[in-house]
Design a protein around this ligand. Structure first.
Ligand code: CAA
Length: 246
């Protein structure tokens, strides 16, 4: 069992919830951020009833000031952050020739600028303590592109560019930085894709099904223990075989 502190952004969402649960079960002291207090408290109570105690800190990760305040709040509640999972993300799908500036900016701010906003206040402490684990939750669509997702694919590809630069800068400090790229997982985000489109996508997945959030939480956990210290700058695909680029 570990007693390290982990911050999972977007922890109340589909994949985030599975990551929070898995880390809490492994002994991590886990926190996540929230924007809507009522929804987050209800989620926290549900997690507690399942035996998982997750701390909450208010903050929209798409703005630097809120993200920094959220990080400091987590440090106050649980102590220095050892593990950061940059998981928060949204979609605003649409073909590019119809995409509005808002659709572009909301996705870039929440999915990519958030990675700067949250990691920047966390990294100095990790460097001082000479240990850290940072994992970006990217996407298969950052690797292969997706019709209707120029904004999302740009942000998700950018997350891995961030990973491989940060990995180089921080390897000497005992900090590993890696990416997990999920395929289509059975979350609200994927269920919001129109059914006919979704069925066509599922038909392209060799496993013949959507992934389970726990299968992504498992992939994330692979990067966290001490014995994973040699693995940095990696991009781990967890997509049911839908994309096998290397
Ligand atoms: N390849 C080629 N053509 C495609 C296509 C594809 N993959 N997808 C749609 N089209 C075609 C349609 O057949 C249609 O053609 P016709 O007009 O000839 O009938 C045309 O594109 C529709 O284009 P529009 O500009 O009118 O598109 P729209 O405004 O109706 O929006 C869309 C379509 C939003 C892109 C919709 O197809 C969609 O939701 N696609 C799924 C996008 C997707 O995969 N999102 C993932 C969300 S989950 C997630 O992101 C998690 C993760 O990390 C995996």
């Amino acid at each position: 069992m570990t007693s390290r502190v982990a911050l999972v952004t977007g922890g109340t969402g589909g994949i985030g919830t599975a990551i929070c649960r898995r880390l809490a079960s492994a002994g991590y002291k886990v926190a996540t951020n929230y924007r809507s207090e009522d929804r987050a408290r209800a989620w926290q109570a549900q997690m507690r009833s399942g035996g998982h105690d997750i701390a909450l800190a208010k903050g929209d990760v798409s703005t630097y000031a809120e993200a920094e305040a959220m990080v400091r709040d987590v440090e106050q509640q649980l102590g220095p952050i050892d593990v950061l999972i940059n998981n928060a993300g949204i979609t605003r799908d649409g073909t590019f020739h119809k995409m509005t500036p808002d659709q572009w900016q909301e996705v870039i701010n929440t999915n990519l600028n958030s990675v700067f906003n949250v990691t920047r206040p966390v990294i100095e402490g990790m460097r001082t303590r000479k240990w850290g684990r940072i994992v970006q939750i990217s996407s298969i669509n950052g690797q292969k592109g997706q019709y209707g997702q120029a904004n999302y694919a740009a942000a998700k590809a950018g997350m891995h560019g961030f990973t491989i630069s940060l990995a180089q800068e921080n390897a000497r400090f005992g900090i590993t930085v890696n990416t997990v790229s999920p395929g289509y997982i059975g979350t609200d985000m994927v269920m919001a894709v129109p059914e006919d489109v979704r069925n066509k996508i599922i038909a392209q997945i060799p496993t013949g099904r959507l992934g389970d959030p726990d299968e992504i939480a498992y992939a994330v956990s692979f990067f966290l223990p001490d014995e994973a210290g040699w693995i940095t700058g990696a991009n781990l695909s967890a997509n049911g075989g839908q994309y096998m680029g290397w």
